[in-house]
Design a protein around this ligand. Structure first.
Ligand SMILES: [Zn+2]
Length: 438
């Protein structure tokens, strides 16, 4: 961890680089996170085209007659531990001039602390998912100041010491659960929001099994992930937890109109531990990349259903704590590690079909976890059919919570802003309508 003064110095040094950018594309806003492997900063950015950047660097007249100033967007700058350490004066005293001769083009690299290359690793994975909707976007500004040598300014970072990412303004699933927990009395997320989150997580798993290609995207920059008729790849995220799934904005998505209009899209972040397994398909009941990812998202769903980021930590495929259940009444008996969902009377307003699918994803037996295509079909159908009227008819006690108005109110209050006392009253002033008191 860096001390506050060191952080301030690092921030100032990053600013020096941004200041040298001819078009002043970048502006440091603030530090937003510090972890064992590096730091994250919020930066505002004007996405000029490569031609415009080149013209400004070469001091040529701009290729476009009147260069239009692009609108500012917020992005994340992630710096590696070593990258950031180089900004620390103390560090530079210990390693005077270590990076003076760095020449990336010749492939030379020097890491005095033999640092992990997690940013380089993560960037390579993010590029593979660049057409995928449910994965955070890597942003690659042309001719980043960190990649250049400026007179009077030492080069301190290699290209694997930093990356820029899309800024997801609505926080992580963990932030959301914390807001819920802070607000005493709220016991559950509406089923209709849960189904939408579930479909996003299923899509993220599909992305890992069949990363969308440029061909899949066609004229779009990114697409909804879909299953394919070829063997799934064994890519595993390996670090899926409530901090590594983020909410994006609300969008009117023509690909799936019902999916992201009322509940923002969830996206996977942090691919630092991602790898591809060598699965041996056809080996009966052996875990694969796909079945491991499905188990991981079942834990996230249990977190959401319980409204807490703690309780699901005990779930593991090898736990002795398992229960029998049926996905559909009268169907085959399966086993699950999501035992809390089956505890008598604990989640009386949980959609039974959703309970069944989450339990199946959390089966200790990989072959009992449903295929991704079935999960996507089931979640899409539920999003379409389990609407306000369906809950009123089939789960009348949940009807108030599942109304269009309440789902919208819930998202507005818990996702888009921290709840205030005034907001604690539901639409129409009937708090009972919106929340279930525990
Ligand atoms: Zn989605």
């Amino acid at each position: 961890m860096m001390a506050g003064a060191a952080m301030d110095r690092a921030k100032r040094r990053l600013d020096e680089y941004f200041d040298r950018d001819e078009l002043k594309r970048f502006k440091m806003e603030r530090s937003i996170g510090e972890g064992a492997s590096g730091n994250a900063w919020k930066v505002s950015y004007r996405p000029y085209t490569e031609d415009q950047v080149r013209a400004s660097i070469d001091q040529r007249p701009n290729p476009e007659p009147v260069p239009e100033v692009p609108e500012v967007q917020h992005i994340i700058l992630k710096t590696s531990k070593v990258g950031t350490l180089f900004f620390d004066d103390q560090f530079n005293k210990e390693w005077p001039g270590e990076r003076e001769d760095l020449n990336e083009e010749e492939g030379e690299d020097f890491d005095p602390y033999n640092a992990d290359d997690s940013i380089g690793h993560e960037k390579a994975w993010l590029r593979k998912f660049r057409f995928s909707k449910h994965v955070v976007k890597l942003i690659e500004p042309p001719m980043t100041p960190f990649n250049r040598i400026f007179p009077g300014l030492r080069r301190r970072m290699t290209r694997d010491d930093f990356m820029f990412l899309e800024y997801l303004e609505n926080g992580s699933m963990g932030d959301f659960l914390e807001k819920m927990m802070d607000w005493q009395g709220v016991a559950r997320i509406p089923n209709r929001m849960l189904w939408r989150c579930f479909l996003c997580l299923i899509r993220a798993c599909i992305a890992m099994a069949w990363p969308p290609t440029e061909q899949d995207a066609g004229n779009n920059t990114e697409v909804i992930e879909s299953t394919k008729d070829v063997e799934a790849r064994g890519i595993v995220h390996d670090d899926l937890h409530v901090g590594n799934v983020m909410f994006g904005p609300l969008i009117n998505d023509p690909d799936e109109p019902e999916h992201h209009a009322s509940v923002p899209m969830l996206k996977m972040i942090d691919f630092g531990r991602m790898y591809e397994r060598e699965d041996r398909p056809g080996k009966w009941n052996q875990p694969t990349g796909v079945t491991d990812n499905i188990f991981a998202i079942s834990i996230l769903m249990v977190n959401l259903i319980e409204g807490s980021s703690f309780s699901a930590y005990v779930m593991s495929p090898s736990t002795p704590n398992i229960l029998d259940f049926q996905l559909h009444p009268g169907g085959a008996t399966l086993q699950t590690t999501a035992t809390s969902l089956l505890e008598n009377g604990r989640f009386p307003l949980l959609d039974p079909l959703l309970r069944g699918y989450v339990c199946a994803c959390a089966s200790p037996h990989p072959n009992q976890r449903p295929p991704l295509a079935n999960l996507a079909t089931a979640a899409m159908a539920a999003i379409r059919n389990h609407d306000q009227a369906w809950y009123a008819a089939n789960l009348p006690d949940a009807a108030g919570d599942e109304s269009d108005d309440n789902v919208e109110w819930f998202v507005q209050n818990f996702l888009f802003s921290a709840p205030t006392m005034e907001q604690q009253a539901a639409p129409g002033g009937n708090a009972q309508n919106a929340i279930v008191l525990s």
